[in-house]
Design a protein around this ligand. Structure first.
Ligand SMILES: Nc1ncnc2c1ncn2[C@@H]1O[C@H](COP(=O)(O)OP(=O)(O)OP(=O)(O)O)[C@@H](O)[C@H]1O
Length: 268
């Protein structure tokens, strides 16, 4: 199925345009076509989830949007300008929080604000406090990283990514390593934050329910070569409960399509 130009349907301006992006990796052992002619338009303020089996190119696509990896062919436009490298308007949050262990929670969020030389130190401190409060950690400002649980570390990482006010937040399985209860709480929080901030979010996950809980659209990718297989609209009202039967209905449809991509990959 062709990638849909959602913006033609919604009238919302495009934030990200991914145009015919291909990427191949060559190692001493093999050549991998990680992405093959991938096109997708993401509207301003849209929450898009990328799902698909391991190796279908989700992280590669996210890295290309971030400007961390260059495509072999095609391009990504952010606000109409070709992405040529990383920038503070497109920040990435990874599965492992990648916090600096020598800084406390506050120091980690302040570090993210180094990307904002336009602010005074007093403004940065105020913003850091605001975002730690937003992720429910105001009481842990001065906690060292090793004193924080996995969920708390991801909350600090989220505050650090949000604080410089990026237009686009790129999230690579940010909740993948957390237990189910902590994840459920974070689904509520990220939905709340997104509804308030209306950032454009591209979110990579293996978890179809998670994708349906969070995304306006779920983009299903298939491997070898990495391509967009199908795009699903999720018109459920928000906030969404990951355990609701309606959500389960959407998730089972997508899970069935995902199973199809796996069957195809293994039968080749
Ligand atoms: N730096 C690299 N060098 C060589 N091969 C790479 C490199 N990065 C990714 N690949 C390969 O490209 C393909 C796509 O990888 P990618 O990490 O984007 O997939 P993914 O869908 O995010 O997988 P997962 O869900 O397991 O994280 C895989 O076959 C992977 O082995």
């Amino acid at each position: 199925m062709e990638a849909l130009d959602r913006n033609a349907m919604t009238g919302r301006p495009a934030k990200l345009i991914i145009e015919g992006v291909s990427k191949r990796f060559i190692s001493s052992r093999a050549m991998v076509q990680a992405l093959d002619n991938v096109s997708l338009t993401i509207a301003d303020g849209e929450f898009v989830c990328l799902v698909g089996p391991s190796g279908c190119g989700k992280s590669t696509l996210l890295d290309i949007i971030a400007g961390l990896t260059k495509p072999d062919a095609g391009r990504v436009l952010a606000d109409g300008r070709t992405v040529a490298g990383p920038g503070r308007e497109r920040l990435v949050m990874f599965q492992e929080s990648a916090l600096f262990p020598w800084l406390d929670a506050f120091g980690n969020v302040m570090f993210g604000l180094k990307l904002r030389p336009d602010l005074t130190n007093a403004q940065r401190k105020e913003i850091a406090r605001h975002f730690l409060n937003l992720v429910g950690l105001s009481k842990f400002e001065h906690a060292q990283v090793h004193e924080l649980s996995g969920g708390m570390k991801q909350r600090v990482a989220l505050a650090r990514a949000l604080a410089p006010d990026p237009h686009v937040l790129l999230m690579d399985e940010p909740f993948g390593a957390l237990d189910a209860m902590t994840r459920d709480q974070l689904y509520d929080d990220i939905q709340q934050i997104w509804m308030e901030s209306r950032k454009t979010i591209v979110f990579v996950t293996h978890n179809v329910r998670e994708a349906v809980c969070l995304g306006d659209r779920v983009v299903l990718m298939s491997p070898s070569p990495g391509r967009i297989q199908q795009i699903f609209d999720v018109p459920l009202p928000r906030p969404r409960d990951i355990n609701s039967p309606e959500l389960a209905g959407y998730a089972s449809k997508i899970a069935a399509a995902l199973k199809g991509t796996l069957t195809e990959a293994f039968s080749e």
